[in-house]
Design a protein around this ligand. Structure first.
Ligand SMILES: [Zn+2]
Length: 467
């Protein structure tokens, strides 16, 4: 736990200009002696949110929200007072007195600075290189997309970036561990990203933590990503969260890739985030919970996407989030869909999204419908398993009704089967627990403990990253 002295607090507040800080979230326009913009705490069409430069205060005449820069961050980021202070301190480059982590912080800050500079280098390339621009145009992207996502371009060269970082006197070791250059077998460095559109990955604190690169010709792999590093930890980040934070809707759309986030934004839907090429992690689910009220899953409708959806549902339920699932046309990802049918059609799909239970139920129903007549009754087990997984009595009752009609079984029998299913599950679980003397179980137990400890370590690393 970091102690922040009053002196330090004053220093942090003095170095956090409210207009600049709020400007990261709200498009502010000068109006008389103050600044005006659309309130980030309630939905509105005409600005009633004002920021007073002199008093360093904000106030919304629409919803009554108001306060200083710290209370703004507390509300907007959902952080405690101390964490908001840390957040502002890190933004202002003020070190908090924790000598152990200050060396680590130095390295982190060095990496962030390099990444930011390289982001600008890629960005300038895109503004001057025709190949990247033509690619964006062919994909139908509006020009403001480049600035929103700070897109860039890696030239078709083996040493363009290498020469740039040499000129800048960066340590080549640093550039290599950030995954921007690689060493060949004869020990020579070369650029990792060549002839690729670049997506800087900016975390929810506004730091550039990594890069994704999509090939603009047929070079494989289609996507190259930064390796895990001290600054780039995939499992704790979501692509696009920095942009989601700037708008006021509490509905977040979880998609698979960079292009889906950008494609949706290109059509005016700025609520999408992507899980950076991994399947959703518990830590990412926690982030979703912190920033959004409703989570919509919109993954591709191929086999991999359906599996990823099932996994994401379980992880979100684990974190106490009941997601909605958006189903698009077969074979289309969100980027394809919105390009073909436009914004309104996507919003309609969002309105029609199914809740978890209907999604699961419809999937089993689909299997049932497709099965042969003599296999149909076997599918009853899947329905029982599903019914047993529903925690709410009322919801379970509704689906018991449906299944009872489908199989023409009376409800009491069905309920009894569900109870039995849950009983058996519990028995198996408890038996396993009692069998710990068994060698194999003992090993499993230790394996689990190891994972728990590793998780704790990772959490610790994340905490020092936040400082
Ligand atoms: Zn308001």
């Amino acid at each position: 736990m970091v102690f922040i002295s009053d002196e330090k607090k004053n220093q942090i507040i003095e170095n956090s200009d409210i207009v600049a800080i709020i400007g990261d979230y709200v498009d502010l326009k000068k109006s008389g002696n103050s600044y005006k913009g659309l309130c980030p705490f309630h939905n509105e069409k005409t600005p009633s949110f004002t920021v007073d430069d002199k008093k360093q205060l904000f106030h919304c005449f629409g919803c009554g929200e108001g306060g200083d820069v710290v209370s703004f961050i507390m509300h907007k980021e959902g952080l405690s007072y101390i964490d908001s202070m840390k957040f502002l301190a890190s933004k202002a480059g003020i070190k908090l007195d924790d000598s152990k982590s200050s060396k680590e912080n130095k390295i982190l800050n060095r990496f962030y600075d390099i990444n930011k500079d390289i982001m600008m280098y890629f960005y300038k390339n895109l503004l001057t290189d025709k190949a990247g621009q033509i690619y964006l145009k062919n994909r139908g992207f509006r020009s403001n997309i480049v600035n929103t996502f700070m897109l860039g371009f890696a030239k078709n060269s083996w040493d363009d970036l290498l020469n740039y970082v040499k000129k800048k006197d960066y340590l080549l070791d640093d550039i290599e561990s950030l995954g921007l250059i690689k060493k060949s077998q004869n020990g020579k460095y070369y650029d990792k990203y060549r002839n690729r559109l670049i997506f800087p990955i900016i975390n929810h604190y506004g730091k550039v933590i990594g890069f994704g690169g999509r090939s603009i010709d047929s070079t494989m792999p289609k996507y190259l990503n930064s390796p895990e590093s001290q600054v780039f930890k995939k499992r704790y980040n979501l692509y696009g969260l920095n942009i989601f934070k700037k708008q006021s809707s509490k509905d977040i759309i979880l998609v698979e890739g960079y292009m889906d986030v950008i494609g949706l934004n290109n059509q005016g839907i700025d609520q999408a985030v992507a899980s950076l090429g991994t399947s959703l992690t518990n830590d990412q689910a926690k982030l979703l919970k912190r920033y959004a009220k409703n989570v919509y899953i919109c993954y591709d409708e191929d086999n991999a996407g359906i599996k990823a959806t099932d996994r994401a549902i379980e992880i979100l339920l684990d974190e106490g989030i009941k997601p909605n699932i958006i189903s698009l046309e077969k074979g289309l990802d969100p980027d394809d869909f919105v390009k073909k049918y436009g914004r309104d059609a996507f919003i309609k799909k969002m309105d029609e999204a199914s809740d978890v239970y209907n999604y699961k139920y419809n999937k089993i129903l689909d299997l049932y419908a497709k099965s042969k007549d003599n296999e149909k009754f076997e599918k009853l087990n899947l329905f029982i398993e599903f019914l047993a997984s529903i925690k709410s009595d009322l919801t379970r009752e509704i689906f018991i009704n449906n299944v009872s009609k489908l199989f023409n079984i009376d409800k009491a029998t069905l309920k009894e089967s569900v109870l039995k299913y849950n009983d058996n599950y519990k028995k198996t679980y408890i038996n396993n627990k009692e069998n710990f003397s068994n060698d194999n179980n003992f090993k499993n137990f230790h394996q689990k403990q190891k994972i728990i400890v590793e998780r704790k370590i990772m959490k610790f690393q994340l905490m020092s990253l936040k400082l």
